[in-house]
Design a protein around this ligand. Structure first.
Ligand SMILES: [Zn+2]
Length: 270
């Protein structure tokens, strides 16, 4: 009995200290690399079932090669990446833990240059590399899992919780919110990633400006993006201030003939 009480006190202390520091709970990740890859694989299976994947091999190959080039430029990744194109008109892209990245056709249509598209993909790679998905799942289930762990219920219950979490989310994984700090972290990651790949990082800021314009003319098409990645003026200013710190952006690529061909191909489809 005394032992249980001491365990309860310990649990309360840990939980209180986690709540006391928002930053700490935002950065906590209870998943190992292997578990995170498995988490992403399961989530990707759910998403693949709930969205319509775009089958055009030319468009898929282009998105995959652009994405893989950005992954290589960002350094040695622990993850194997899978880039998928979703046949949906909404302007959106999202990342699942472990290297699964989805790009909507609406995003390819809305991007005016390759650097804009690369900016968004670089940002999503940032979410994977910074392990924001696993940290977010930890945040959502972590405290209750910790309580169960301390009370000795152990892993089977935790696994049930994780499975339940994904079953509940289903296709709504696309609306996973990471929070402002994580968004900034991914924006910074994208800037460096684009620079390393020889692509102009201003594409990211320009894409946010495109979204702001579209929000006025066709708000429904950018609704999801606005709820998960608010492209506010302060965010654009932040991206531009980070770019201004770079030694030079002279000669960086803004677009490519291949991007134009792919965009024309996608625009002709509808
Ligand atoms: Zn984001």
């Amino acid at each position: 009995m005394i032992h249980l009480k001491r365990k309860n006190i310990l649990a309360c202390m840990i939980i209180l200290s986690l709540f006391a520091s928002c930053a700490a709970i935002n950065r906590l990740n209870i998943f190992s690399h292997k578990e995170e890859v498995e988490l992403g694989r399961q989530a990707a299976r759910e998403v693949d079932r709930s969205v319509r994947l775009y089958r055009d091999p030319v468009v898929r190959a282009y998105i995959d090669s652009l994405g893989q080039a950005l992954v290589r430029a960002s350094g040695l990744s622990e993850f194997r990446y899978y880039f998928k194109v979703v046949d949906a008109p909404e302007i959106n892209a999202f990342a699942l833990p472990g290297g699964y990245i989805y790009v909507n056709l609406g995003l390819i249509k809305a991007a005016e240059t390759e650097s804009e598209l690369a900016g968004v993909i670089g940002h999503e790679i940032g979410h994977v590399e910074e392990r924001h998905g696993a940290k977010q799942v930890t945040k959502l289930i972590g405290v209750s899992a910790l309580v169960e762990f301390i009370h000795g219920e152990g892993d089977p219950s935790l696994n049930r919780k994780i499975a339940g979490y994904f079953a509940g989310l289903g296709g709504n994984m696309v609306a996973l919110k990471y929070g402002r700090a994580a968004e900034r972290e991914s924006d910074k990651f994208a800037i460096q990633c684009l620079l390393n790949a020889g692509v102009h990082p201003d594409g990211l800021a320009r894409f946010f400006e495109t979204l702001l314009k579209l929000h006025k003319s066709q708000p429904s098409g950018v609704k999801v993006w606005f709820s998960t990645h608010p492209p506010t003026q302060s965010r654009i200013d932040f991206v531009r201030s980070e770019i201004a710190k770079l030694p030079s952006t002279v000669g960086l690529k803004k677009t490519s003939a291949q991007f134009k061909q792919i965009r024309d191909r996608v625009l002709r489809r509808r």
